[in-house]
Design a protein around this ligand. Structure first.
Ligand SMILES: Cc1cc2nc3c(=O)[nH]c(=O)nc-3n(C[C@H](O)[C@H](O)[C@H](O)COP(=O)(O)OP(=O)(O)OC[C@H]3O[C@@H](n4cnc5c(N)ncnc54)[C@H](O)[C@@H]3O)c2cc1C
Length: 375
């Protein structure tokens, strides 16, 4: 006699397919006791429109928790990329050059890099370079400056990275739906197909957490920030090993594989959820790139990308269960470094769903700091 045993799968539903939703789905897909569903309306996503610089170590930010989170996120990329066999066009540790004109500033930056490397071995080699040596590494430059090179710096195509993780998860236990969801006052999940049940709901909705939580009478301290960058297609091609440039006083300059150059990005706090590309900003971004490579031409711009970041009053991300509802988890406020912190946040959320335990004090203030009851 064959006895069939039915194992009740736990239903985990994720809203949002940016870096947080995608990484969470990826880790949860390793667990056959879970059934995972993801909804996304796909508008304004920051992850798709990001510059892709993974370089937290020389940040001037004083928030130690943020630094631990960003450091851990940067360290997670090589692991995920190797496990899922993503190629150089998605993620590459080609290094990062940070330039400083003044010799004292350059020395201070170099000393800081050596100091930070003591607790961040993934930084790899740290070198002080002359302007000529910087140009050797980044042949595109016509006006190089001296700088510090850190070999562990990376660039990632956020769109491809998240897409690949979701495809990977779909081969296991993930089912995806398109469309906007809403919440009822008790946290009911309302989709285009009606109300859906869940055991755990993960709101990885970036800049849209505040409107989503309002029906539950919770105010999230999350504000939208518009970000724009330009993508250019250049006539010459280059190898996979050209580093990212973070020039002093100019926009970042990111040579992706072959002949795609990205220059960006802006941080516009007064534009709400606007997704219109602006000619003024396009000109400004181009002018910044042109100062570094005077051979650039405007007609090489292939697109202006616009995304909406989420930021909080202290510019720190937050994540975890709602104070009064352990079945609903949130993550938001990743700001301008969300591709760096996002992988670690996704992993921590997935670990929590699977174990019911967390120890996040090293990485963030309690979520209560960012969620308050509405009057
Ligand atoms: C121009 C620009 C440049 C950047 N450059 C960098 C960089 O170089 N390095 C770095 O580390 N970070 C960078 N960032 C920041 C980074 O991209 C973000 O912090 C990060 O991607 C946020 O990820 P997320 O998953 O929280 O949100 P998102 O990627 O915004 O994803 C949220 C998703 O949820 C969906 N959603 C929202 N509400 C609903 C709803 N009600 N129903 C269904 N779906 C919903 C949205 O449509 C969206 O697809 C940049 C961002 C921008 C805009």
């Amino acid at each position: 006699m064959v006895v069939e045993v039915t194992i009740m799968q736990k239903q985990v539903t994720i809203i949002g397919s940016g870096i947080v939703g995608a990484v969470t789905a990826y880790y949860l897909s390793a667990d056959p006791t879970l059934s995972v569903t993801l909804y996304d309306e796909g508008i304004g996503q920051a992850t798709k429109n990001a510059a892709g610089i993974i370089f937290p170590w020389l940040s001037k930010r004083r928030n130690k928790r943020w630094y631990q989170l960003a450091k851990a996120g940067a360290a997670l990329y090589p692991e995920i990329v190797a496990d899922t066999q993503m190629g150089y066009s998605v993620y590459q540790q080609a290094g990062t050059v940070v330039t400083r004109e003044n010799p004292d500033d350059l020395q201070a930056l170099y000393d800081l890099a050596l100091e930070r490397r003591k607790t961040a071995p993934q930084m790899g080699n740290v070198e002080k370079l002359s302007a000529a040596e910087v140009q050797d590494k980044i042949p595109l430059l016509t006006a190089p400056q001296p700088g510090v090179f850190v070999s562990g710096g990376a660039r990632v195509d956020g769109d491809k990275f998240a897409h690949n993780l979701l495809k990977y998860a779909e081969k296991r236990n993930l089912v995806r739906h398109k469309g906007k969801v809403r919440l009822g006052d008790q946290g009911q999940l309302l989709t285009v197909n009606g109300q859906q049940a869940y055991d755990t709901l993960i709101l990885a909705v970036g800049a849209w957490l505040k409107p989503l939580l309002l029906p539950m009478k919770i105010v999230a301290d999350v504000r939208p920030q518009k970000g724009q960058l330009i993508e250019m297609q250049l006539p010459e091609t280059w190898g996979d090993d050209v580093p990212v440039l973070m020039p002093e006083g100019e926009r970042d300059f990111i040579p992706f594989t072959r002949n795609k150059l990205v220059v960006g990005a802006t941080h516009e706090n007064d534009q709400g959820y606007d997704l219109q590309a602006s000619d003024l900003v396009e000109n400004d971004l181009f002018a910044s790139g042109y100062k570094l490579d005077s051979r650039l031409r405007k007609d090489q711009i292939t697109q202006v990308k616009v995304g909406t970041r989420a930021y909080t009053r202290d510019f720190a991300p937050f994540f975890g269960p709602l104070p009064d509802n352990p079945h609903i988890l949130v993550a938001s406020g990743l700001g301008s470094s969300g591709l760096t912190t996002g992988p670690m946040i996704g992993k921590l959320l997935a670990d929590y769903v699977r174990t019911g335990k967390h120890d996040w004090d090293n990485y963030q203030l309690p979520v209560e700091n960012y969620l308050t009851p509405a009057d």
